[in-house]
Design a protein around this ligand. Structure first.
Ligand code: APR
Length: 236
């Protein structure tokens, strides 16, 4: 009976996609500096000016189409050879999926999806020819469509599942997040005592001393992490 692969749970933020050319939110010149976040990514902003919000996410879908998974995304998929890998992401892009990762949980929604306002269980994936929506966009039943994004002021439906994943981790890794947005930033606190925690970020937020910080970008950082994890596997 093949011995079970250790569970490697990884929590990623905007920094994971920075090397794919997708700007982060809070780095200098980041996304929000060109937009007032409460206008384009909050429930109040959507109620106030839905056309602006649709336009904002239309532009981000066109940006995403020009982006590809970077070496960091690919290295995380490659770790599935040795570990049972679970990815929890704050990112709304589909780069983890496009890199081939098999278990990806989105906390803040998915950019390539829209859902029916009148019936939120109806979720649709946009194709490359139909990336743009407006407040008048409807599905075949006349339901109005909205971005399938968790706006600020809205609940994070997948957080319970994400906490379960963090709690079952044998190894926990945080990559490319400023750890300022909750509840995503709280996942670190659900890791069992004694489980090794790594944090890959070129400009890391302050974390507990037991967290091993790899002060590098995602691609270099995941390569270094892979070396560390594979060495540890051999000595198990
Ligand atoms: N590799 C890894 N990390 C990087 C890189 C890189 N090449 N470049 C920048 N970073 C790091 C930054 O140092 C920062 O810590 O990525 C992090 C980006 O932080 P934010 O811009 O705050 O992004 P994130 O933490 O994902 O934001 C959380 O806020 O606006 C909301 O919903 C939005 O999901 C988002 C949430």
């Amino acid at each position: 009976m093949e011995n079970k692969k250790p569970r490697l749970v990884i929590s990623t933020g905007a920094g994971m996609s920075a090397e794919s050319g997708i700007s982060t939110f809070r780095d200098a010149g980041g996304l929000w500096e060109n937009h007032d976040v409460m206008e384009v990514a909050s429930a109040d902003g959507f109620a106030r000016n839905p056309a602006l919000v649709h336009q904002f996410y239309n532009a981000r879908r066109h940006d995403l189409l020009k982006a590809n998974p970077n070496q960091g995304h690919i290295a995380l998929k490659d770790l599935e050879k040795y570990f049972d890998v679970y990815i929890i992401t704050q990112n709304v892009d589909d780069l983890h999926e496009r890199a081939g990762s098999s278990k990806v949980l989105h906390l803040h929604g998915e950019l390539m999806k829209v859902r029916a306002i009148e019936d939120p269980d109806k979720i649709y994936t946009l194709d490359e020819e139909h990336l743009d929506t407006t407040p008048d966009s409807t599905d075949s039943e006349g339901n109005h469509l909205r971005p399938h994004i968790v706006f600020f002021q809205e609940a994070v439906p997948n957080i319970e599942r994400a906490i379960e994943w963090a709690n079952m981790a044998d190894i926990f890794v945080v990559i490319g997040t400023s750890l300022v947005v909750y509840p995503a930033a709280s996942l670190l606190h659900f890791v069992r005592p004694g489980v090794p925690v790594f944090y890959i970020d070129p400009n890391p937020a302050a974390v507990d001393s037991n967290v091993k910080v790899i002060r590098k970008g995602a691609s270099e950082g995941v390569a270094e992490l892979t070396d560390i994890l594979l060495k540890n596997l051999q000595t198990r």
